[in-house]
Design a binder for this molecule. Sequence first.
Ligand SMILES: Nc1ncnc2c1ncn2[C@@H]1O[C@H](COP(=O)(O)OP(=O)(O)OP(=O)(O)O)[C@@H](O)[C@H]1O
Ligand SMILES: [Mg+2]
Length: 345
Amino acid sequence: MPLATVSLPGRDPASLPASSALELRGITKYFGGYPALSDLTLSVPRGSRTGIIGRSGAGKSTLVRLLSGLETPDSGELYRNGENLLALSPAQARARQRRTGLVFQHFNLLSQRTALHNVALPLELAGVSAKKREALAHEALTQVGLGELVGRYPAQLSGGQKQRVGIARALVTGPDLLLADEATSALDPETSASILELLIRLQRERDLTLVIVTHQMEVIRSVATHVAVLDQGHLAESGETKQLLAQPRHAVTRALLGAAPQVHLAAGQVLRQVTLPALDAAVLARLAALGGSVVEAHQGRGQTACWLAVPESVSLADLWAQMLAPKRAWHDPRFHLAAAWKGCP
Ligand SMILES: Nc1ncnc2c1ncn2[C@@H]1O[C@H](COP(=O)(O)OP(=O)(O)OP(=O)(O)O)[C@@H](O)[C@H]1O
Ligand SMILES: [Mg+2]
C-alpha cells in the first residue's frame, strides 16, 4: 500500500524527481565534532546500480548506515521514493527498514544457526510464522544458488557461500532497495566476480535499486550504472558511470582510476605519481632542487597522493632516493611509490 508523503515546512516533495529512489539534501553527520559527511546532496535513480566509491574514511559506511536507518543525520533531508524518512514515527521507520536489504563485508551470520535459519531471522523479527518464514528463506537461498545447502552452518560454508547467505537474508523481506557495503572485499577475485554477477542478476530480476559501496574501481566498472565519489565526507562528483570514468573531473576520482591529470607540461617534463606521508617544506625544497613541481596533491588519512611534473631525466628511483630521501622512509610502510613505479626506469 503506498504511504502518505510527509511534508516539511519549506519543502515541496512534489519537486523531488519522481525517478529517484533516494534523494539526499545537505546531509551532514558528525562524530565527536568531526564531520564524517558534510552537506551531501545526491540522487540515486530508481532501478539503478549506484556505486559509492572513496578512500578509507571517506564516509561510505556512514552513508550506508544513514540510508538503512541505523544512523540519523545531524542535518539535511533524506527522501526514499519521495517520502521524508526523517519525519517518520519509530514504527513507520522500522517498517521502511524492512524494505531495505543490507549486505555486509564480513557476512555477519550467526554461527549457531543454519543457513536457512540465518536467512529466516529478519522474518522472525517481523513476526512471520515459522512455516511461512522457512518457505520464504528456502526460496531466497534457492535464488542465490544455495538450495542444496540450507542445513549447513556458517563454519561449513566457503566465503562466497556465506556471502550468498548474507544476500539471501537481505532479500528475504522483499526489499526494493539493496545496500551492499564492501560486499566482495573479503573474497578472492574469482568469488568476488561471481558475487557481483549475482547482485546484477538479482537487481534486474527483482527490479531493485542497488547501492554498492566499494573502494575498488573495478567493482564500479563491472557493476555500477551510476557512481558517486566521496572524498573526506564531501561529494567529489557523481553521474553515469560511463561518462564519469571517461572524463573524471575531480582529483580523487583520477587518483582512484590511476589516471593522470590533464595538464600542459613544459618540454622535457613528464608526470610521475607518488604517495607520501606528508608534502612538507623539506620535500618541496628537494623537489624544486630536482627541477620538479607538484601538479596535483590529494590528502587522505595519513598520506598524500601526488602527481609531480619533473624533468624526463628524473626517474621514480631518483625521486625516491633524492626527494623523498630520508633513509627511514624505506622502512616506513606508509611510504611507498604508487603503481606507476612498475615498469618505470
Ligand atoms: N561510530 C563512529 N564514531 C566515531 N567516528 C566514526 C564512527 N563511524 C565512523 N566514524 C568516522 O567517520 C569517518 C568516516 O568513516 P566511514 O566508516 O564512513 O568511512 P569509510 O569510507 O566507510 O571507510 P572504509 O573504506 O575504511 O570502510 C572516519 O573518520 C571514521 O573514523
Ligand atoms: Mg566502510
